[in-house]
Ligand binder design. Structure first.
Ligand code: NI
Length: 180
């Protein structure tokens, strides 16, 4: 889990996170086109990463929409940021499901999917919690943390936004972090 500190957030809207707790790291996943990708995907560009699942009834769609709106509001800075969706429900989220999902939110959004072990490893790297609720139910929900991670071109975390951050505040944070 994320360890919150009393450090002042560096950009608008970001939550303070202890620098002693690194976020991110190596991973191997499949993208929404079926290509195998690693953490190299994040290099040399800013990314805005969110973990969720396509069957999520409300929170995930709201936050992915907020991310897309924030990138638009951030203007030139937003154009430098690639939005990324990572499923925590690979059992139901197949490649085609994810491809249709990311396209609905943003034309540049990348969807990532892994098997159980790959999903567990990337979630651990990003301190993401996820767990099915009433797994026996065909229409089970997933409990999951709802942070939005802004990663820098060096693959390191720049800022973490709480999922409830307003899009205009996130946009301001993105402008401050990315510049332009
Ligand atoms: Ni969700």
């Amino acid at each position: 889990m994320l360890t919150m500190s009393t450090e002042e957030p560096k950009v608008s809207g970001a939550i303070g996170v202890s620098s002693a707790v690194p976020v991110g790291g190596p991973f191997e996943m499949s993208d929404h086109t079926g290509a195998t990708v690693t953490e190299e995907l994040l290099k040399d560009r800013y990314t805005l990463i969110y973990f969720g699942y396509t069957f999520c009834p409300d929170v995930c769609p709201t936050e992915l929409q907020d991310m897309a709106v924030a990138l638009d509001l951030a203007g030139q800075a937003g154009e430098k940021v690639t939005p990324v969706f990572v499923t925590v429900d690979p059992e139901r989220d197949g490649q085609e499901q994810i491809a249709a999902y990311v396209e609905a939110f943003h034309p540049r959004m990348i969807g990532l999917r892994g098997d159980e072990g790959q999903t567990s490893r990337i979630a651990k790297a990003y301190r993401v919690f996820y767990q099915p609720v009433n797994r026996d139910d065909e229409y089970y929900l997933m409990d999951h943390s709802n942070f939005i991670y802004l990663m820098g071109p060096d693959g390191k975390n720049v800022a973490i936004f709480n999922g409830e951050v307003a899009p205009d505040v996130m946009a301001q944070g993105i402008r401050e972090a990315v510049g332009g």
